[in-house]
Write a protein that binds this ligand. Structure first.
Ligand code: COA
Length: 255
């Protein structure tokens, strides 16, 4: 299941999925979403893969959706929806080790992780509106709940960047650890989980997530519909083109 762009290794019951497109800050293409989803689908039914750990190669966790790939998709983003559908309802624990940029889905996927650690270099940002888009992956529901509305608005409307300490203070990650220790800390926690009674672990996670599961799934559905509509909008085209042309977007002509 390993590809060049997503490295998958299984050690001590932990499936480690490392995003491996460092020259593009691990921006996620549709092919990468498919590789991730295939690996998650396989792990879900494999008793030897008890926990999933996400990390990024190079200097970033992930710059989120690949903007060029998105601009070319013409609103057909089924691969993204498949990946999101898997992580929002994944039965086994998900753990993340975050350093450098964690943008868009690089941040929103953490809302579906059970444990996450950040290096001091981590920077979290959800610039959907900056891109003429709307929040995804249940973030419009989960961020206001997790952080409070005004902090969520700082992320989702203003597109502010959170540093690692603030992300820990707001509860997006468990803590901040030195970059050199990041993967070891996250891996140790993932391995510890992999030694736990698997049925009890799954049941505990299902109970913790179960209270708002239906609401999250509904939010993901509505967000996905809005996201697709906005992806082909003139506003999004201006924003995505501006990114590729390395200039600031100009929304002044839009109402
Ligand atoms: N989609 C496509 N390409 C991306 C990308 C993305 N989301 N993020 C980074 N890249 C590319 C850059 O275009 C650049 O490519 P190039 O070397 O061919 O010019 C390369 O990755 C390195 O990025 P660069 O911007 O030079 O690095 P940086 O350290 O100055 O900044 C980021 C890193 C992640 C902060 C910055 O690239 C960024 O803001 N990216 C966009 C993030 C985003 O809006 N994601 C969408 C969320 S929905």
């Amino acid at each position: 299941m390993s590809t060049d762009l997503v490295r998958a290794t299984v050690t001590d019951g932990v499936l480690h999925l490392q995003l491996n497109r460092p020259d593009k800050k691990n921006a996620l293409t549709r092919a990468m979403y498919t590789a991730l989803a295939d690996a998650l689908d396989a792990a879900r039914v494999d008793p030897a893969q008890r926990v999933v750990l996400f990390s990024g190669a190079g200097s970033a966790f992930s710059a989120g959706n690949d903007i060029a790939d998105f601009a070319a998709s013409r609103g057909r983003v089924d691969e993204v929806a498949r990946f999101i559908g898997l992580i929002v309802d994944y039965p086994k624990p998900l753990v993340a080790a975050v350093h450098g940029a964690a943008i868009g889905l690089g941040t929103t996927m953490l809302l579906h992780c059970d444990l996450a650690w950040a290096a001091p270099s981590a920077r979290f940002k959800t610039p959907f509106v900056d891109l003429g888009l709307v929040p995804e992956a249940g973030s419009s529901l989960l961020m206001p709940r997790a952080f409070g509305y005004v902090r969520a608005a700082q992320m989702l409307l203003l597109g502010d960047t959170l540093d690692a300490d603030t992300a820990a203070a707001w509860g997006l990650v468990n803590g901040v650890v030195p970059e050199a220790d990041l993967l070891a800390v996250a891996t140790a926690a993932a391995r510890k989980l992999a030694t736990r009674a698997p049925a009890a672990l799954r049941a505990a996670k299902a109970l913790m997530r179960g209270n708002i599961r239906a609401e999250v799934l509904a939010a993901v559905q509505v967000e996905g519909d809005r996201f697709k509509e906005h992806l082909t909008s003139p506003e999004a085209m201006e924003a995505l083109t501006a990114f590729m042309q390395k200039r600031a977007p100009d929304f002044s002509r839009f109402e």
